[in-house]
Write a protein that binds this ligand. Structure first.
Ligand SMILES: Nc1ncnc2c1ncn2[C@@H]1O[C@H](COP(=O)(O)OP(=O)(O)O)[C@@H](O)[C@H]1O
Ligand SMILES: [Mg+2]
Length: 353
């Protein structure tokens, strides 16, 4: 990963950093009960052609992070601080018209439920052709040809005919493919996939994942892939970021995070999630306790109330001092590097089997 070193106030030149660079992002929502701090000091980089997998329990801020990157939050109730730089362009302060130009063109998103992206009132083909006409200035005819080509690429049989169908005439897996065709029609440089295959059966899921990999190879797309399935992450991601209560607690290459994880929360996740290569009979051990309130998050390390290793850190450091994920540190945890290594090797790994 690239580290952007930036002096206070100095503009970052477009070529200085990563393709996408998120710096100390904070996103909070104004609610009747107070501010919900959904993203609370998150930084990461993503390069072109690479896939960043984001994992974490429900409510850890994965979707909010990515909706904020796309500028899809409601500015009336949302406060965004920090930086989101796409090729050096600051998105947190970009105008809505500029974000609209980026969305569906340079940046696209696919969701778990394709019906959030597809309108029931228009044919599938029209919904794919329209962004192409809008962003690329293509003629109706050229856009239709492109639509048929994209539907073919995502594996829709008889694409020329099926393009005239409405979403309800498609099966769930076909709608997912159509949404992917819509997201990719303008060759986005960044694709955000938020649990895109969670609702699909394993065969269709595998086909869609292969499709995304092929498209990435062909177009060099950078992908942010959000999932709670570690098997999918292992298959798809080059790098992994583990999120807890609105920030990253661990980050590294997929190999590093899955083979030698260093954060107690990551250990808990690995222990609690089914893996593709695991024996189906192995019982899963959920992480004790529940994710914290984001209205009033715990002091110090957000994970300390659920952490079974905090008494191995001297004093009450875990309660008073928030551990940070520095560029040279893979895990935001007060355990020493030697403690992390030996706990994982001696106590955690044997349980993972
Ligand atoms: N518009 C909103 N208003 C208030 N709270 C919200 C809003 N959107 C999301 N949240 C809260 O922000 C937190 C993070 O949500 P989310 O990013 O959707 O989690 P994840 O995708 O990791 O499951 C959750 O606690 C959620 O309830
Ligand atoms: Mg989500």
């Amino acid at each position: 990963m690239t580290t952007v070193t930036k002096e206070a106030g100095a503009p970052v030149p477009a070529d200085a950093g990563a393709f996408l660079s998120v710096r100390d992002l904070h996103v909070s929502f104004a609610t009747e009960d107070g501010a919900v701090r959904a993203v609370d000091g998150l930084s990461f980089d993503l390069e072109r052609g690479r896939t960043l997998g984001i994992v974490g329990e429900s409510g850890s801020g994965k979707s909010v992070t990515n909706l904020t990157v796309l500028g899809l939050h409601n500015p009336m109730f949302t406060t965004v601080e920090g930086e989101i730089l796409l090729e050096g362009q600051e998105l947190t302060t970009a105008r809505e018209s500029e974000l609209e130009r980026l969305r569906g063109n340079k940046v696209a998103m696919i969701f778990q439920d394709p019906l959030t992206a597809l309108s029931p009132y228009y044919t599938v083909g029209r919904q794919i052709a329209e962004p192409y006409m809008k962003h690329r200035g293509a003629s109706k005819k050229a856009a239709w040809e492109r639509t048929v080509e994209m539907l073919g690429k995502v594996g829709i049989p008889n694409p020329r005919e099926r393009a005239k169908d409405y979403p309800h005439q498609f099966s769930g897996g076909m709608r997912q493919r159509a949404m992917i065709a819509m997201a990719l029609v303008c060759d986005p440089d960044l694709l955000i996939a938020d649990e895109p295959t969670t609702a699909l059966d394993v065969t269709v899921q595998a086909q869609i994942l292969d499709l995304l990999k092929d498209l990435q190879r062909e177009f060099g797309t950078a992908i942010i892939f959000i999932t709670h399935d570690l098997g999918v992450i292992a298959d798809m991601a080059d790098d992994i970021m583990v999120m807890y209560a609105g920030s990253a607690v661990e980050r590294g290459t997929t190999e590093q995070v899955l083979r030698s994880p260093q954060h107690p929360y990551t250990w808990g996740l690995l222990n609690s999630m089914p893996r593709l290569d695991s024996d189906l009979g192995t019982p899963l051990a959920p992480i004790p306790g529940a994710p914290p309130s984001l209205l009033n998050p715990p002091s110090g390390c957000r994970f300390h109330p659920r952490c079974t290793f905090r008494d191995r850190v001297g004093g009450d450091r875990c309660v008073t001092e928030r551990p940070l994920l520095a560029p040279d540190r893979a895990a935001a945890c007060h355990l020493t590097a030697e403690q992390k290594r030996s706990i994982f090797v001696d106590e955690i790994r044997p349980r993972l089997g």
